[in-house]
Structures are given as structure tokens and as C-alpha cells.
Design a binder for this molecule. Structure first.
Ligand SMILES: *Cc1c(COP(=O)(O)O)cnc(C)c1O
Length: 410
């Protein structure tokens, strides 16, 4: 859906990553002894990511550790599984429950279903942040974990991680911070002087973090990192089988065999961009985000949801149907995410948007005007495609559409 890098500069980046991926396409870190290079790449990606998120700070405990995974969802699944089993050992909890803000990603529902954890999704406060008091009211002796996002996917707003850390510490439970979206932006934004509240392992009480290298890390799709405060928690992530006729089998992740090529690709992305590269792209997207926020504020029919902390800007309307605006925007070639509670849409700002901010704002203004002048449903979605063919598309037509679509998405 999203390409987090754009413009002509992306070509060199993509070709380097592609080269790294193809050089190591046939490697597999499951066989540690056969592919020591991949083991090293993974360890270095984890170490570099951890260093960005407080592993070197005083108070981190000096034991931050983790693994690479296939994406944010797998990082979250593993953190939930490890926390569940850690809390079983630590507190004897056998009927685990976890509490998340309404804005937390649906991957937590997936984890709850996969790992048999009871899930409480509690409303957020008026600022669209996790409501710490409401979360506290749901804590009981079966609670294993609470979650904060920095920022949350829907509105791009950072939950009060410090307060959640205090809550988790006082009840002796785990706190997972979802940095899938923010992990490769916030450390740089903070360094650049933007006001960013605490969000990483420097906060007491944070026990695990998920961070996607394949989003703002600008690494190939299929790369993320899960980090833990210490080995005591992470050891519950591993499955070790000693009784199998296939021999000793140890696997840290959900997948057994894993694509070493993607690990090499992520390593190449981190190394080639370096701190300077991320600082530069962060500065640029933060400025684009500000420009977009300012532009939306100038459209009287629209309002921005809360105060966006980063590069995701959600907006709605009390006057026009925001989903109709979304339909008109789609017809103009924009792909925005539809949100609910309240009905709204968001734009996730990337380098691709830098040269077209003004086009975006102009199209948005025009869409508002169109919807205001023509209230009522506007045809969109798949209907025109089916309509043109007068039937469900056949294979040839889908192939043709695929080719057409290649220009508008990555
Ligand atoms: C993207 C995202 C996820 C899930 O990551 P996938 O890579 O799509 O599996 C989880 N949490 C947040 C905040 C995200 O932005």
C-alpha cells in the first residue's frame, strides 16, 4: 500500500536493497552454522535498532535484546506470547488478560485469539490518547500486560508512555510499546528538536517494543524487530525441541525457515542511510506533515483529530460526509485510510508527498467543495470496473488492471 520513500532518490536506494536481497536470497538463519553472515546481519540490525530506542541509556538495564521478524504483526504476536509465558512463570497467571487502548493495532486482537489471552479494548481520552485511569480500572490479578502506541496507527498520536510505565511498574505487569510506525521517526525527530514525549526503553516499566524496519526504516517489506528489556522475558519467545527425530530444533520466531535475503536488505538499508539519512528524511516528512496540518486547518469544513505528534494526520468533518470526500479523493488518485469512531480519514506522510503537498491540499479543498455541492452517495469503489465489463472481471481483464495499477502504486 505504502512506499515510504519516493522520488528519483528512491531509485538508488531500491537498487542497493534489491542487490542485497538477491545476493542472500537463498540463505536461511534457521541454519546458524551454515549462514553466519545472516546471523551477524540480524544481530547488527537488532543492535542498531535497540541503540535508537534507549539500549545505551542509563536505566535501560543494559540487557536489551531481540530478533528480526516478518513484520509488525509478527513482532507483536511474539511480544504477547513471550509476555504471557513470562507472567505465568513470574506470577503464576494461567488465565491471562491484556488491556489495550481502542486505538491500538488489530494485531493485538490477533495475538489474543492465537494465544488465548482475554482482551480488553478500552476507550481513549478526549485527546485521543490512551486513558490511563480507564486502563487501571481494568487491571486485575490475571492482567499480564498493557499497551501504548507511539504513535497509534489511526490518528498518529503518542500515548502517555511514561504514565503507562508507572502503572505497569506499580502492578508488576508488562508494558509493550508499539513503535511499529514511530520507531524510525521519533528518535530522529527528538534529535532534530521536535517536541516528542518519552517513548522507549528509557521509560521505566517498558518491557517490550515492536518496531517496523519496513515502514519508516525504508527497508524491504517483510522486516521488523521485536525487542525486550532483558533475556528473562525474551527466553519465552523461543521454542526448543529436544525429542524430535529430526534432531535438536531451536526457533526464535513464528516462521521456521526465514528469508535471509530480507535480513540482508534491512541491514543494507540501515547502513546506507545511516543516522544522517534518517535525520534528513525525518526533517523533510515532519515539515510536510506540518504543511498538511496547516492546509487542513485552513479548510473550514474539516477538523484535525487531536494533535498529530508525527507524520500521520487524521481529519474529519462535522459538515460533510468525510467518506464521500475520501471517494472523491480516490477518484483523483489519492489513497487515504478510512477510520471510525469518529468517522475520519488519515494521510500517512512519506517522502513521496514532499513534491505534491500543494496538489494534495488543492484536491482536498476541491473534494470538499464537490461533496458540499452534491450531497449523497457518489459512485466509486469496484462498481465502475464491474460496470465497464458488465460482469465480474476475467483473468485477462485483471491482468490488464494490474498493469494499469502499476503506475499509481508501488
Ligand atoms: C503497521 C503497524 C502494525 C502492524 O504491522 P504490519 O507490518 O502491517 O504487520 C502494528 N502497529 C502499528 C502502530 C502499525 O503502524
Amino acid at each position: 500500500m505504502l512506499c515510504y520513500i519516493g522520488g528519483s532518490e528512491s531509485e538508488g536506494h531500491f537498487s542497493l536493497i534489491n542487490e542485497a536481497c538477491s545476493m542472500f536470497a537463498h540463505t536461511n538463519p534457521l541454519h546458524l552454522d551454515v549462514f553466519p553472515s545472516i546471523v551477524r546481519f540480524e544481530a547488527e540490525v537488532v543492535a542498531m535498532t535497540a541503540a535508537l530506542l534507549g539500549s545505551k541509556e542509563k536505566g535501560s538495564g543494559g540487557q536489551i535484546c531481540g530478533n528480526m521478524t516478518s513484520g509488525g504483526t509478527e513482532s507483536i504476536l511474539l511480544a504477547m506470547k513471550s509476555s504471557r509465558d513470562y507472567m505465568k512463570t513470574k506470577k503464576g497467571i494461567t488465565k491471562p488478560e491484556m488491556i489495550i487502548p481502542e486505538s491500538a493495532h488489530s494485531a493485538y486482537d490477533k495475538a489474543a485469539q492465537y494465544f488465548n489471552i482475554k482482551l480488553w479494548r478500552v476507550p481513549i481520552n478526549k485527546e485521543f490518547r490512551a486513558d490511563v485511569k480507564a486502563i487501571k480500572r481494568h487491571i486485575n490479578r490475571n492482567t499480564i500486560l498493557i499497551v501504548g502506541s507511539a504513535p497509534g496507527f489511526p490518528h498518529g498520536i503518542i500515548d502517555p508512555i511514561q504514565e503507562l510505565g508507572e502503572l505497569a511498574t506499580s502492578f508488576g505487569i508488562c508494558l509493550h510499546v508499539d513503535l511499529c510506525l514511530g520507531g524510525f521517526v521519533l528518535p530522529f525527530a527528538r534529535k532534530l528538536g521536535y517536541p516528542i514525549p518519552p517513548f522507549d526503553f528509557s521509560v521505566k516499566g517498558v518491557t517490550s517494543i515492536s518496531v517496523d524496519v519496513h515502514k519508516y526504516g525504508l527497508a524491504p517489506k517483510g522486516t521488523s524487530v521485536v525487542l525486550y528489556r532483558n533475556h528473562d522475558i525474551r527466553k519465552h519467545q523461543f521454542v526448543a525441541v529436544t525429542e524430535w527425530s529430526g534432531g535438536l530444533y531451536v526457533s526464535p520466531t513464528i516462521a521456521g525457515s526465514r528469508p535471509g535475503g530480507l535480513i540482508a536488505g534491512a541491514w543494507a538499508a540501515l547502513l546506507s542511510l545511516g543516522e544522517e539519512g534518517y535525520l534528513e528524511s525525518t526533517k523533510r516528512i515532519m515539515e510536510v506533515s506540518k504543511r498538511i496540518q496547516k492546509g487542513i486547518k485552513e479548510i473550514p469544513e474539516l477538523f484535525i483529530i487531536g494533535r498529530p505528534d508525527m507524520t500521520i494526520v487524521a481529519f474529519g468533518s462535522d459538515v460533510v460526509d468525510i467518506f464521500e470526500i475520501n471517494d472523491v479523493m480516490s477518484s483523483k488518485g489519492w489513497h487515504l485510510n478510512a477510520l471510525q469512531r469518529p468517522n475520519s480519514i488519515h494521510i500517512c506522510v512519506t517522502l513521496q508527498h514532499e513534491p505534491i503537498v500543494e496538489d494534495f491540499l488543492r484536491d482536498l479543498m476541491e473534494s470538499v467543495k464537490t461533496v458540499k455541492e452534491n450531497p449523497g452517495p457518489i459512485s466509486g469503489g469496484l462498481a465502475p470496473i464491474y460496470g465497464a465489463a458488465g460482469r465480474m472481471p476475467d483473468r485477462g481483464m485483471v491482468q490488464e488492471l494490474l498493469v494499469n495499477y502499476m503506475d499509481s502504486t508501488c
